[in-house]
Each structure stands twice: as C-alpha cells, then as structure tokens.
Design a protein around this ligand. Structure first.
Ligand code: HGY
Ligand code: MN
Ligand code: MN
Ligand code: MN
Length: 403
C-alpha cells in the first residue's frame, strides 16, 4: 500500500503547523477558537483540503467541512479538532485532522473514487478553553446545548460567544441545532492520540475506543469578605481562599475507584497580593465510568465544599457548566474496524471527544495512536512518526472499506 508523505520527521501537514500557536510562557501550544493561531490553522486546513480537490464549507456553528465529491446523505466523515488546551500538546486534535486528509490523499493516489459522500470535519472549540464548554461545535450541531446558552458564554476578556462568532464570519443568529448537516453524517470516525498509558501497557501502536467516562464541568464560587491584608486580624477574617483550599483537598478525597476530580483553574477576585479576596472561583472537572457514579461524586463534592466553606464562615455555590454522559461506542462499527485492522485491541478512555457527542446520533468510532509519554494536555504529549504512520494507514484501510 502507498505510505503517507512525511517531512521533517512528521506527517506532512503536521510539519507545516509545528510553529503555529506555540506558547512561549506555558510551553506547548495555545490555540483557542478564533484566536490568531486557530485562524491560521483554519487557513492551513482549507489550503490542504483545496490542494486535494476537496470542497470546503463552514457550517453555521463554525465547524469546517471538506467534501470529497458532492456533499450528501449517509456520508463517511473523518475528523477531529485544531484547538488546544492552554499549553497543550502537538497531537491532541491536529493528528486526527491531518490523518483524515492523508487517508483521502492515499486513496486518491490509489485511484479510488468514492461511491459515497465523504468529508473531513474540523470541530470548533473542542477543548472549551476559550468559552468554558468542551465540544462546543459538536454540541451546537447536535442540539446538545441550546443556542441561547452558547451565545451568552463569555471568554476571559468578557467577549461573548455571539460577538466572537460575528467577528469571524459566523452569524450568531443562526448558531445552534443543525439537523440538515447532522443528517448527512452516515458514520463518523475520529483518530486521536491516546491520552493515557493504555497503549503503552498493551504494547500496541493502535487501539479502537470502547467507551468514554461520564464527565462534566462545574463552577464553584467560594464567597467571603474582601478586606485589607494588613489591617485584618487573622481571627476576624472570612477568607474564601482558605475555604477554597479546604474545598480542593475535600474534592481530592471524595474521588475513589474510577472517579477523577480535578481543579485545574482558580480565580481570586479582585486578585491582589495585599487583598483578602471577596470571592474565589474554582472549576471542577469530574468524571467516572457510569453517569450515576459521576453524579454521586459531584453530589458528595457539593456537600463537602459547603462544609469546607462553612468552617471558614464563607459560602460555596456549585453550578453545572456542562455534562456528557458515559459513551459506549457503536459495537457493530467497532467490530467492523477491528475486523478490517485485524487484532487491534479495544481501549476505554477518560478523555472527552466530539466523537462522544456524535455517538448519541450516528454510528461513531475512534482510533487511538500510542502516546509514549502517557501524558496529554501538556507539552510532554507525544506520538512517534512510526505510530502516526501506522494510524494513517489504518484509517485509510477503514475508509477504503466504507467508501
Ligand atoms: O477534556 C477532555 O477530555 C477533552 O480532551 N476535551
Ligand atoms: Mn482532542
Ligand atoms: Mn484534549
Ligand atoms: Mn465507578
């Protein structure tokens, strides 16, 4: 079989974007929806797709589609996302997009003409790093989140999703559930770098995904009394930073077994070295294998953070920002991939994906590529060229069997 093109030690395509959105402060990459880096990646995608003769369109939610042949129903859709977490790795997202384009290029080079519509999609704001909700593009597409709620989301500078969309050619009046675009998808397959040690432990370059943990995000506001750092005696304070600190330890202690509970973001208001804050906001990412497990974890966390706040004469309020139930990927499609690829293991994941959102609507599958560092959402995330090539070859075999 034809092999994917490589250049400068990377899949071609990935080598072209290696410097886009590098984060000089955090390390790794910061590429957030409609920022300079992400816009550059969108242009890169459009140019690569056009070079393959694909027709590119942006849907009403800012997701980009590149069609091989005419757009139509029952399409085979491959793809992933181009945005990153703050200081993220090189592969989370872009590997799936570059591999999808490569798979089409390889079939074209082999003289294949698809008998079914086929597309590569780039989903917008998968990480939720700008507007706080992960998989925003696929949630809007599928109606999993209402347009009104999404339009009102704000970024760190107070810019609303509606204003950011309008400034970048997406009319905010028309964002939201898009049944026509959704109805075109016959099957969706997302290739992704593995984000834990699963494939290291299995000693395999590739796996198919079996399931995704139930997960969500909650905002926790600890409120107390803002005051002077020098003039306020320790005994007289109602310091929400202390309440939040107790709360974060309680969150860690609440997570048992398959549970994961993470506080990766904290904000003190007003945020001065010589100021006792009036409010400290933390964001909780909580996950567990079953929906009920994740829900009871968050119920326990809610009780514990309220106790932690009360111990400091403060208050804690917990607000859900997003939720994704447990995903079990389509067993028939998974078996089909496994049969095509022969002897490939199946692997559950703790990471969320647009494929998980789509799985409630269309048969969906994922292919994971080994990550030798076992680390992701970090500059240490990695995938060897050899394993990336194996991923593209596998995706090409799968695509050939579907088109
Ligand atoms: O947060 C997640 O699980 C995903 O990487 N967006
Ligand atoms: Mn991802
Ligand atoms: Mn990610
Ligand atoms: Mn459990």
């Amino acid at each position: 079989m034809i092999q994917p093109a490589v250049a400068h030690g990377r899949l071609t395509g990935l080598d072209e974007i290696v410097d886009v959105g590098r984060d000089r402060v955090r390390g790794g990459y910061s590429r957030h929806v409609w920022d300079t880096a992400e816009l550059e990646l969108r242009e890169w995608f459009r140019a690569r797709a056009a070079a393959l003769g694909l027709d590119v369109e942006t849907d009403r939610n800012g997701n980009i589609w590149a069609w091989w042949g005419s757009p139509g129903a029952d399409a085979v859709v491959l793809g992933s996302h181009l945005d990153s977490v703050p200081g993220g790795g090189e592969f989370d997202g872009p590997l799936g997009v570059a591999s999808a384009l490569d798979a089409i290029a390889m079939l074209q080079a082999d003289g294949v003409t698809p008998t079914r519509p086929c597309a590569v999609v780039v989903f917008a704001e998968e990480e939720g790093s700008r507007f706080g909700v992960a998989c925003l593009g696929s949630r809007l597409l599928t109606g999993a989140m209402t347009a009104d709620r999404v339009r009102a989301l704000t970024d760190a500078d107070g810019v609303t999703f509606a204003d950011a969309a309008a400034a970048n050619g997406t009319d905010p009046r028309f964002v939201g559930h898009d049944p026509e675009t959704l109805a075109r998808i016959g099957v969706f397959i997302e290739l992704h770098v593995e984000q834990g040690r699963g494939l290291i432990d299995l000693d395999s370059p590739l796996a198919v995904a079996s399931s995704i943990l139930a997960h969500g995000r909650w905002r926790i506001d600890f409120t107390g009394e803002g005051n002077h750092a020098g003039a306020t005696r320790m005994a007289d304070r109602r310091d929400p930073m202390i309440a939040a600190s107790r709360g974060i330890l309680a969150i860690r202690d609440a997570a048992r077994g398959d549970d994961r509970a993470t506080v990766g973001r904290i904000e003190a208001v007003p945020g001065g070295t010589n100021v006792i804050p009036s409010r400290v906001t933390t964001w909780l990412d909580a996950r567990s294998d079953l929906d009920g497990d994740a829900r009871s974890l968050v119920a326990e966390i809610t009780a514990r953070v309220q106790d932690a706040a009360a111990a400091e004469q403060c208050e804690a309020r917990v607000t859900e920002e997003s939720w994704s139930g447990q995903v079990v990927f389509d067993p028939a499609l998974r078996d089909r991939l496994a049969a095509t690829l022969g002897g490939i293991p199946a692997l559950p994941t703790g990471a969320g994906h647009d494929a998980g959102i789509l799985s409630a609507h269309v048969p969906t599958a994922m292919l994971f590529v080994r990550n030798p560092s076992g680390v992701s959402h970090s500059p240490e995330e990695h995938a060897t060229l050899e394993d990336c090539v194996a991923g593209v070859v596998a995706l090409t075999h799968v695509l050939r069997g579907l088109v």
